[in-house]
Structures are given as structure tokens and as C-alpha cells.
Design a protein around this ligand. Structure first.
Ligand code: TMP
Length: 230
């Protein structure tokens, strides 16, 4: 094992350019302050992430995905993670609603993008592109590529989820650099990292059920798996 995060473990393989990711059922919120388990989450997030990565790859977004090995294990290309959490929002919710003092559920005319500095000790503070450059977290060219790929990902995912009666409220992406410097989409795309609302009932079908103690957490993850994979 090379690294253990809050929701996944990363292992080396025989191929120095390929890593194995193992998805856990552990769930945290508020920078690890709240801890719990969502039974079956690891297997669902593994399958959902791989499904979305393959769709995005076909639509021209390069990703780190290589091969699903089992329920919870996937091979991915080794990358150096760019320490930015890239957040796209289509509808107001979460920290946006709180920070700007607006209700949740306002549909934006255009999607927004923001970055957080991926640093647990600092609590992943909000950061702008100039700060990211000053801190040498990425180059100007890399930030441009990341923005372009993040908005493209949003367009593909919004349409995909709309067809499944789900509103894509917001989501968090992480990008990495391959050995040759190419920027690819990495990490995961799952109910842990996206807000999904049922298009008709507006019921929350994501990790907010855990964050906010809304109950039926496992049911929400299972429902999203069903809608995505069928
Ligand atoms: P926020 O409204 O709390 O800033 O969250 C925006 C989106 O980012 C939401 O879909 C959940 C996701 N997210 C993560 O994936 N990891 C995190 O650590 C946080 C805070 C949010």
C-alpha cells in the first residue's frame, strides 16, 4: 500500500505506471470530523466512477481509468495529483448557499467553477487561480486545461443524469499529471463527490444524506447505482 485516504487505498502494481485503487465503505464529512460507514458504498462508488470515466473518455475527456478488477478494485494510470479540488456548480447548494447567504436550489444560467487547495491540515481552503499559480500548485496552461475539461465533464454528466431523472447540482473533480505531463481526470465521480437530486421529488440521492443525518443513506447510493448502470 502506497497511500490511504479517507475513502480509498492505493496500492503499487508490477507496472510502475499503473496503480490499484481499493474503495472502502468508510465515510467522513467536515474534513474528517464526522466518521461513519456506508455499507456497500465502496463497491457502488467503484462501479459508478468507472462507468462515468469510460463515458467521459469516449466524449474526449482523458481519464486515469485502466480496468475494473473486482467489486472494489480498479487499475488506474499513475498520476501526480494536482492539489486542487475543482468544483462545478449548476444549482446553489452546500457551501455556496452558506457562503453567499442564498437558499439551496437556485438554478444558475451558467455553471460556476471554483478551486479548493487540497490540504487537510488547512481544511481545503477556497483558492483562486492566481493563488494556485503563486503557490506553484499548477501552471497557467494546466489551469486552463483543467477548466476546459471540468466544464466539458459537466456538459456530458448533466445530459447523462438528466436522462436518468437526476439533476446534477454540483460535483468535485481532481486532475493528475501523467509522466509526460498530460492532464487527466483522476480520483472518483460518485455520490460521495457529487450532489444528485431526483428531478421530480428533489430528494437527495448523495452523501448529503450522511453529512446531514437524513437517513436512508445506503438506499440513496443503491438508487443512484440503479439509475446509472440500470
Ligand atoms: P460544498 O458545497 O460543500 O463545497 O461541496 C461541493 C461539492 O463537492 C459537492 O458535490 C460535494 C463535493 N465535495 C467533495 O467531493 N469533497 C469534499 O471534501 C467537499 C467539501 C465537497
Amino acid at each position: 500500500m502506497l497511500y490511504e485516504g479517507k475513502a480509498k487505498q492505493v496500492f503499487a502494481t508490477d507496472d510502475p505506471e499503473v496503480l490499484l485503487v481499493y474503495y472502502k465503505d468508510d465515510a467522513t464529512a467536515f474534513n474528517g470530523l464526522k466518521k461513519g460507514t456506508i455499507t456497500g458504498k465502496g463497491a457502488i462508488n467503484n462501479r459508478v466512477t468507472n462507468h462515468m470515466m469510460q463515458i467521459l473518455e469516449k466524449e474526449g475527456v482523458p481519464t486515469h481509468f485502466v480496468k475494473e478488477l473486482s467489486d472494489r478494485e480498479t487499475l488506474v494510470k499513475k498520476v501526480q495529483i494536482v492539489p486542487l479540488e475543482v468544483i462545478i456548480r449548476n444549482i446553489s447548494a452546500g457551501s455556496f448557499a452558506k457562503r453567499y447567504g442564498v437558499e439551496e436550489g437556485i438554478v444558475f444560467d451558467e455553471p460556476t467553477i471554483e478551486f479548493s487547495y487540497k490540504n487537510d491540515d488547512l481544511g481545503d481552503p477556497l483558492i483562486n487561480a492566481y493563488h494556485a499559480l503563486a503557490l506553484k500548485l499548477a501552471t497557467a496552461e494546466e489551469i486552463e486545461t483543467i477548466k476546459k475539461l471540468a466544464f466539458k465533464t459537466n456538459e456530458v454528466m448533466k445530459a447523462f443524469f438528466k436522462a436518468r431523472k437526476v439533476d446534477l447540482v454540483d460535483f468535485k473533480l481532481e486532475f493528475g499529471r501523467l509522466r509526460d505531463g498530460t492532464i487527466v481526470l483522476a480520483d472518483e465521480i460518485s455520490p460521495d463527490t457529487c450532489r444528485f437530486w431526483d428531478s421530480d421529488s428533489h430528494e437527495k440521492l448523495d452523501k448529503d444524506r450522511f453529512r446531514r443525518d437524513l437517513g436512508n443513506v445506503e438506499d440513496a447510493y443503491t438508487e443512484m447505482l440503479k439509475r446509472i448502470i440500470g
